[in-house]
Design a protein around this ligand. Sequence first.
Ligand SMILES: Cc1cc2nc3c(=O)[nH]c(=O)nc-3n(C[C@H](O)[C@H](O)[C@H](O)COP(=O)(O)O)c2cc1C
Length: 175
Amino acid sequence: MVKIRNIELGEFPLLLAPMEDVSDPPFRALCKQYGADLMYTEFISSEGLIRDAAKSRQKLDIFEYERPIGIQIFGSETESMVQSAQIIEAVNPDLIDINYGCPVKKVTCKGAGAGLLQDIPKMVRLTAEIVKATSLPVTVKTRLGWDDDTKKRRRSSRALARYRDRSHLDSRSHP
Ligand SMILES: Cc1cc2nc3c(=O)[nH]c(=O)nc-3n(C[C@H](O)[C@H](O)[C@H](O)COP(=O)(O)O)c2cc1C
């Protein structure tokens, strides 16, 4: 049984990946109808959220029939990410997902998304601060590493797994 804290997802759950400009409410409604067990919103900029940008705010719209649903955020500044987690908690999703996997230049050049794979200790610290700031379960979506060398050593997943084990967390990463 796959379980994220109290969310029971069955033996082989079908997860809807977060996709920018795709995983919006109408698309999610279709995916739910066709059997998605857990869905994620498209990623939301923490900098946009804390500035109350309309585009970011709109992505917080979730509906009861969508549960369980996770809201995904990205960013690189601890304070903005922590504040965003609190803004997200107020709309009451089932979990928060952190994006450590986006390879797009405009995201990585600001040290967000996969950019954080270049500073694994910062990624772990950021995760810890977000977990501390919210009572919701936290998952992360990440990659094995920034380049071939770090991929081979799987530093990102190992560091997060060590943090999870140390903290007795119930969060998990997803593909
Ligand atoms: C159009 C598009 C938008 C995406 N946006 C996001 C996103 O907002 N957050 C995220 O974590 N991944 C995003 N991804 C990556 C997907 O979630 C997924 O990891 C990727 O497509 C690989 O899955 P696949 O092998 O099933 O295609 C996006 C992918 C696509 C194609």
